[in-house]
Design a binder for this molecule. Structure first.
Ligand SMILES: CC(=O)CC(=O)SCCNC(=O)CCNC(=O)[C@H](O)C(C)(C)COP(=O)(O)OP(=O)(O)OC[C@H]1O[C@@H](n2cnc3c(N)ncnc32)[C@H](O)[C@@H]1OP(=O)(O)O
Ligand SMILES: NC(=O)C1=CN([C@@H]2O[C@H](COP(=O)(O)OP(=O)(O)OC[C@H]3O[C@@H](n4cnc5c(N)ncnc54)[C@H](OP(=O)(O)O)[C@@H]3O)[C@@H](O)[C@H]2O)C=CC1
Length: 291
C-alpha cells in the first residue's frame, strides 16, 4: 500500500514529535486530541522544534514551512477515517486506547493500517478489539522523536506481511531505522530500559544515593546521555509506572514490581517535565532535585 496521509491520535509529547517527522518527510498529517489546548500547544512546539532544526542547518526554511503546511488538526476522531495510516499516541492506558479504536474503526477505509505507539501494551490484544487485526501493528517511536533513530515495529499474532512491509517502508522514508520485536510485554527497549529506571528509583527509595548522585553516577560512570531519574522525568513518571505494571502483570515476576516511591510521585501528580515536577523541580531557572 502507498501511504500518503497519516492520522495521529494524541497531541502529547509523542504525538507532536510523530506529526513533526511525518510532515517533514512529505506526508499529509491530521492530528487529533480530546483537548483543544493540547492541539494548539503541539503546533507551537512543532513550529519551535522545526525552527531549531533550521537554525542548526538541519533543514531549510522552505522545508520548515512545507512541513507546517502539511499538518492539520481536528477535534473529531472520525475525520481520521480517510487517512492511509493511523498512529495512536494517546495516554498509556489500555482502556483509553481500546475506547479510541472502538470509536474510530467504523469510520476507517478498509485498507487503512491501524497502529499504536504504545510502550508496552499487547499489540495482539489491542488488535483483537478492532475489525482489522491483520492490518494492526505496534509502531513505537522513541522520545524525542525528531532526534532518535529507532522505531520498534511489533507484529501482533495476526499481522499480515503486507502491513509489516508497508510499515518498514514508511520507517525508511522517515529516515529512521526499524527494529522488529515480538509481541511480549514492553517489547525490547522498555523491557530492558524500564527495569533499570525502576531500579534507580529503588536506589533512591532505599537511600543508597540522592537524585543527583544516582544521575551523576550513571551519566559519568556509564556515559548515558541522561541519568535514569532525569530520563524518567523526561519520559513521564505516569508512563514509566504504566510500563512497569504491564511488565509485572504480563510476566508475573516480582522482579518487575514498581517501586512504591514511583507510585507515590505519580499519585502526587508529579509526573516529571510535563507537569514541571518529578524527581526534579523544573519551575525555576535550573532543575532542582526533589530528594
Ligand atoms: C518510553 C518509551 O516507550 C521509549 C523511549 O522513548 S525511551 C527514551 C529514549 N530516549 C532517550 O534515551 C534520550 C536520552 N537523551 C538523549 O539522547 C539526549 O539527552 C537528547 C538527545 C534528548 C538531548 O541531547 P543534548 O545534547 O543534551 O541536547 P541538545 O544539544 O539540546 O540536543 C541534541 C540535538 O537534538 C536536537 N533536539 C533535541 N530535542 C529536539 C526536538 N524535540 N526536536 C528537534 N530536535 C531536537 C537538538 O537540536 C540538537 O541537534 P544538533 O545535534 O543538530 O545540534
Ligand atoms: N513519553 C515517552 O517517552 C514515550 C511514550 N510512548 C507512548 O506514547 C503514548 C503517548 O505518550 P506521551 O505522548 O508521552 O503522553 P502524553 O501524556 O504527553 O500525551 C498523551 C496525549 O493523549 C491525549 N489523550 C488522552 N486520551 C485521549 C483520547 N481519548 N483521544 C485523543 N487523545 C487523548 C492526552 O490528553 P490529556 O492530556 O487531555 O489527557 C495527551 O494530550 C503512550 O502510549 C506512551 O506509552 C512511546 C514512546 C516514548
Amino acid at each position: 500500500m502507498d501511504v500518503k496521509s497519516v492520522g495521529v491520535i494524541g497531541a502529547g509529547q509523542m504525538g507532536n514529535g510523530i506529526a513533526h517527522v511525518f510532515a517533514l518527510a512529505g506526508y499529509e498529517v491530521l492530528m487529533t486530541d480530546i483537548s483543544h489546548d493540547a492541539l494548539e500547544a503541539a503546533l507551537r512546539l512543532i513550529d519551535g522544534n522545526l525552527e531549531r532544526q533550521v537554525s542548526r542547518d538541519k533543514i531549510s526554511e522552505e522545508e520548515r514551512a512545507g512541513a507546517m503546511a502539511r499538518i492539520r488538526t481536528t477535534m473529531t476522531l472520525a475525520d481520521l477515517g480517510a487517512t492511509d495510516l493511523v498512529i495512536e499516541a494517546a495516554t498509556e492506558r489500555e482502556t483509553v486506547k481500546t475506547a479510541i479504536f472502538e470509536d474510530l474503526v467504523p469510520h476507517l477505509k478498509p485498507e487503512t493500517i491501524l497502529t499504536s505507539n504504545t510502550s508496552s501494551i499487547s499489540i495482539t490484544r489491542l488488535a483483537s478489539r478492532t475489525d482489522r487485526p491483520e492490518k494492526f501493528m505496534g509502531f513505537h517511536f522513541m522520545n524525542p522523536v525528531p532526534v532518535m533513530q529507532l522505531v520498534e515495529l511489533i507484529r501482533g499474532i495476526a499481522t499480515d506481511e503486507d502491513t509489516y512491509r508497508t510499515c518498514v517502508g514508511v520507517v525508511e522514508k522517515l529516515g529512521k531505522t526499524a527494529a522488529s520485536a515480538e509481541d511480549f510485554p514492553a517489547f525490547i527497549v522498555n523491557r530492558i530500559l524500564m527495569p533499570m529506571i525502576n531500579e534507580a528509583v529503588y536506589t533512591l527509595y532505599e537511600g543508597v544515593g540522592s537524585v543527583q548522585s544516582i544521575d551523576s553516577a550513571m551519566k559519568l560512570g556509564t556515559n548515558h546521555p541522561m541519568g535514569p531519574l532525569e530520563l524518567a522525568d523526561f519520559i513521564g513518571l505516569d508512563t514509566c509506572l504504566a510500563i512497569m505494571n504491564v511488565l509485572h502483570d504480563g510476566l508475573a515476576d516480582t522482579k518487575y514490581r514498581p517501586c512504591p516511591l514511583l507510585t507515590k510521585y505519580v499519585e502526587a501528580g508529579w509526573l516529571g517535565r510535563k507537569t514541571q515536577r518529578g524527581f526534579y523541580d523544573y519551575r525555576g531557572e535550573t532543575p532542582v532535585p526533589t530528594r
